[in-house]
Write a protein that binds this ligand. Structure first.
Ligand SMILES: [Zn+2]
Length: 88
């Protein structure tokens, strides 16, 4: 299981293994505590995490938003759950 979260300094999306306590941001080099950042989504596989992170970046860029709203995060989770179900 991987958590998708965001760097509190430069807002780059990233993901961590659920047992990981610290995340080093590859963009700004800031090390942040995983528990202190809200997880947008939990995914099963790091390859999925990579893809979703890229999609989330694109989405914010396209909509010119700075962050996901609570509804959008909810929708994202819903979307991912549906996608998982459709895979089986
Ligand atoms: Zn950063």
């Amino acid at each position: 299981m991987y958590h998708i979260l965001r760097c509190p300094i430069c807002t780059t999306f990233g993901y961590v293994d659920r047992f990981q306590k610290w995340k080093l941001c590859p963009v700004c080099g800031h090390a942040y505590e995983v528990v202190k950042q809200p997880a947008y989504l939990d995914v099963a596989d790091y390859r999925e995490a990579e893809k979703i992170v890229a999609e989330m970046d694109k989405y914010l860029h396209r909509t010119k938003k700075k962050d996901f709203t609570a509804e959008e995060t909810e929708e994202l989770r819903h979307h991912y759950a549906n996608w998982l179900r459709s895979k089986v």
